[in-house]
Design a protein. Structure first.
Length: 405
C-alpha cells in the first residue's frame, strides 16, 4: 500500500495548527511501520517547505516538486479565483496542474491531503481529506472578501471530488453534514487528533523560560495565533475581573503569530493597563514545551474549532487545563480532565480561573488523571486508524474496478 501525503500547501513559516497536525501524524505513520513493504509513504513537498520533512527520511520518501512556472501558475490560479466562477477555477486547475495529478495517479494507491481542501483535481485514485473546519460558514466576518470567495469555491469543489473526509470530532462531522451539500454520512469518518507525548513530557533542564523571558514564578499560558476566533479579548476581560473582584493579579503569557485580531488585542491591553500580560510572539519549539511545563495553568478560549491540539499538548506537559465549553472541547473532556467555561462569558471564566488557580489539590488531581489518559491521543494510535481507513478505501476502489470490468 503506497500512500502519498500531499503537503505542497504546507507553509514553512507557519507555526502550529495544520503544520503541527501534519508533522505529528507523519510521526505516527513512521511509528506504525512506514517504509516497509506493506506500508510505503511518500510526501509531496516543494523546494520551499521540504526542510520540514527531511527528518522522516528514509522511512518516508520525499517527492520534491520543482516547477519553473510555479509562481505564474499560482498567480493565475488566484486571478481565476477572483472571478468567483467555480467552474472556471476548477477547469483552470485541472489543466494547469494536470502533470501533478498524473504523477500522483501513477505513484500512489491513495492520496491524503492534510490541508483542509482537495488539491490537485483530476485524481483517479482514492483521496482522503482532513477538513479541519468550516469556520467561514459560521463566522464569515472573520475573513476578507478574497479569503471568503476562496473558501466557498474550494470547499465546494472538495465536497464533490473527494472520496472520504476525516473529521477530528463528532461535532465537526455533524457540522460538515449539515452545512456542505454533497457530503453524506458514509463519506465522513471521525478520527481524533493526536500529540507526540514525549515532546511535552521531556524536560530540558538547560531551558529556563522564566529566566529567558523574565516571567513570574506562576503564570497562565495562552498559546494561540492572534485570530478573532481564538477569543483573546474574553480572557483579557476576565483578568480585569480577577483583579477587581478577587484581588488576584496574575501574569498571562501569550505566544503565537500576529494575524487579524492583533491590533484589537494589543489596544485592549494598552487601554486597560494590563501590564501583567506578556506577548512573546513565535518561540522555538523547545521553549514552547517548557512554557507549558512551567505554567500554573493553560487556557484556550476558542469560539470555533474542530478539536484542540494545545489541550493535548498541555495534558502531555502536565499542566492544568481551562477551555471554552465548545462541543469539541466537551468531547475531549470525556477523556481528559478539563475545566470548562462559557466561551464569551468573562465573569464565569474569572470564577473558574480563580478556583483553579488557588486549588493546588484540584490541579494535582487533574494533572495526574491526564497523564494516564493522554496515551489515548498518542499519534501512533491515531495513525493506525488512518491506515485502516485508507486500506478500506483502496480495497473498496479495487472492488468497484473489478465490478466495472
Amino acid at each position: 500500500m503506497h500512500i502519498v501525503f500531499n503537503c505542497i500547501d504546507i507553509k514553512p513559516s507557519y507555526v502550529g495548527g495544520i503544520n503541527t497536525f501534519t508533522l505529528g501524524l507523519l510521526d505516527g505513520f513512521t511509528a506504525c511501520g512506514a517504509g516497509h513493504n506493506h506500508l510505503q509513504v511518500s510526501i509531496a513537498v516543494t523546494e520551499k517547505n521540504k526542510h520540514l520533512f527531511t527528518r522522516f527520511e528514509p522511512a518516508c520518501s520525499l517527492i520534491v516538486l520543482t516547477h519553473k512556472a510555479g509562481r505564474l501558475k499560482a498567480a493565475l490560479r488566484y486571478f481565476v479565483l477572483a472571478t468567483t466562477s467555480q467552474r472556471l477555477y476548477y477547469h483552470y486547475c485541472r489543466i494547469a496542474y494536470a502533470g501533478l495529478a498524473r504523477m500522483l495517479n501513477k505513484t500512489a494507491d491513495a492520496v491524503y491531503i492534510p490541508t483542509t481542501v482537495l488539491f490537485p483535481y483530476g485524481l483517479t485514485i482514492p483521496t482522503l481529506v482532513s477538513m479541519h473546519d468550516i469556520q467561514h460558514v459560521h463566522f464569515p466576518h472573520f475573513f476578507n472578501v478574497i479569503q471568503l470567495i476562496s473558501r466557498i469555491i474550494t470547499f465546494s469543489i472538495t465536497t464533490r471530488h473527494t472520496t472520504m473526509f476525516q473529521a477530528s470530532s463528532q461535532f465537526l462531522k455533524h457540522d460538515l453534514l449539515k452545512n456542505l451539500p454533497g457530503i453524506d454520512d458514509s463519506k465522513v469518518t471521525v478520527i481524533r487528533e493526536g500529540v507526540t507525548i514525549g515532546d511535552f513530557q521531556k524536560i530540558d533542564r538547560a531551558i529556563n523560560v522564566r529566566e529567558i523571558y523574565g516571567l513570574d514564578e506562576s503564570y497562565l499560558f495562552f498559546p494561540a495565533q492572534l485570530w478573532p476566533h481564538k477569543n483573546h479579548i474574553t480572557v483579557l476581560k476576565a483578568l480585569l475581573i480577577l483583579k477587581k473582584k478577587y484581588g488576584l493579579c496574575i501574569q498571562m503569557v501569550m505566544t503565537g503569530q500576529i494575524f487579524s485580531a492583533g491590533e484589537e488585542i494589543f489596544s485592549f491591553i494598552k487601554d486597560n493597563h494590563l501590564d501583567t500580560v506578556r506577548y512573546l510572539g513565535k518561540v522555538p519549539f523547545s521553549h514552547l514545551a517548557a512554557l507549558y511545563q512551567n505554567a500554573r495553568a493553560f487556557i484556550t478560549a476558542v469560539l470555533y474549532e474542530s478539536s484542540s491540539l494545545p489541550i493535548l499538548e498541555a495534558a502531555g506537559a502536565g499542566t492544568a487545563i481551562l477551555a471554552s465549553d465548545t462541543p469539541p472541547n466537551r468531547e475531549m473532556s470525556e477523556v481528559l480532565s478539563i475545566n470548562l467555561f462559557p466561551p464569551e462569558d468573562e465573569i464565569s471564566l474569572a470564577a473558574v480561573l480563580n478556583n483553579v488557580w488557588n486549588d493546588d489539590s484540584l490541579r494535582r488531581k487533574q494533572i495526574a488523571a491526564n497523564k494516564k489518559a493522554i496515551e489515548y491521543y498518542a499519534w501512533k494510535n491515531v495513525a493506525a486508524e488512518y491506515i485502516r481507513l485508507i486500506e478500506n478505501m483502496i480495497q473498496n476502489e479495487k472492488s468497484r474496478s473489478t465490478v466495472r470490468l
